[in-house]
Design a binder for this molecule. Sequence first.
Ligand SMILES: C[S@@+](CC[C@H](N)C(=O)[O-])C[C@H]1O[C@@H](n2cnc3c(N)ncnc32)[C@H](O)[C@@H]1O
Length: 415
Amino acid sequence: MKRPLRPGSGKGFAERLAELDEIEVRVEKLIEGGDGFARFEGIPIFVPRSAPGDRLRVCLSEHRPGYGRAEIVEILSPGDGRRDPRCPYFERCGGCDLQHLDYETQLRAKVIATRETLLRIGRIETPPKVTVVPGKPWGYRLRTQLHLGEGIRGLEAGYFARGSHELVAVESCPVLVPELEGALDGLPGLLGEVAHKRIDLTAGDGDSWTVSPPVEGLPQGEVKARVGDFVYAYDARCFFQAHRQLIPALVEHAVGPPDGEDGEADKDGGTAYDLFAGVGLFSLPLARRYERVVAVEGDRVASRYARRNARANQLAGVEVERRAVDSWISRLPPKAAHVVVDPPRLGLIHNVRKTLLVRRPRRLTYVSCHPATLARDLGQLRSGFRIESLTLLDMFPQTGHMEVVAQLVDREART
Ligand SMILES: C[S@@+](CC[C@H](N)C(=O)[O-])C[C@H]1O[C@@H](n2cnc3c(N)ncnc32)[C@H](O)[C@@H]1O
């Protein structure tokens, strides 16, 4: 019997894959991001758009020293969670990765991938129970970026194809909220001679939506959305969470239950810090719990909205600082009551992690859209903080993305 080649065994490993064209594999599980994981002679092979349990004939598309990538040629026997994708563009479009899986299978795969990522990267061996909050699987997405290009029928709008910058023109997209999906049909005609390469569309409440950059004849400017007790204004230039129906749950898991349940009882005289605050999604509910909230946001447009949103919701205790968190962080005082961090996919840079460990807030809430950087950061923060809970919110059904909220408390603080 041939001995399995071990990943990392260098040239022989890549050469063995290069000798092969099509191979048969069985998909063991999905990994973070949504690709299937299989092994061939011990070599890890990653297969996009596969399902756990699939037996597949695949064609190798990439040979790397430690692993290979492959595309499905034939499904020899399907895994349990397979179903037909709903969207006619799924085969080519790079927007979704998991439409071929039923929703239960998607959720299960995300929990397994999150646990494995925490273990592999953060060395977090026994994460506390992961709470899972499912999302409405279709018609949820409040924001989208469309690419524009010249096609055979004139100007076309759509998404990039999987793994390339080739435009896949779309007239529908079932993950979008209905008003944005409705806007897709006939959009290129409205765009006319527009010179932009891409446009951002964002929806608010009550069928309102807006685009950026401005296009004559299309709605522009701000929209508003109510989340719990607060109304937030924003526009298509700035970040706003993408899953319409799950935003209230995200706020509750990050900040705590709304007033009336335990909000008033928990009112704390201290200061809370909302770092990477966007338009103030967490700052406003934090202001109901703490005397003062310092919201730090680097983007000019978002920080202006954060200031306005605090004023419009009559929350005088919110101070918005337009600064990069990386340079502001030295101003964080020791033993703050609560710090919320919600960084972009890159996670926290080294000096932010280091300062959090030194200044040691009593509660640290980490909201993450990328489990790999969350795992790296928690792996370090764990030396000063105890992980109290982890919640996976499925803010991006049909895709491999997910949102995780980690609640951490100072290891030395008395409970
Ligand atoms: C994932 S969003 C979170 C926004 C907000 N917490 C929310 O839930 O709506 C990250 C935000 O951080 C901002 N940002 C990115 N890098 C930053 C930095 N180095 N310093 C300050 N803000 C930054 C972005 O403009 C964006 O608004």
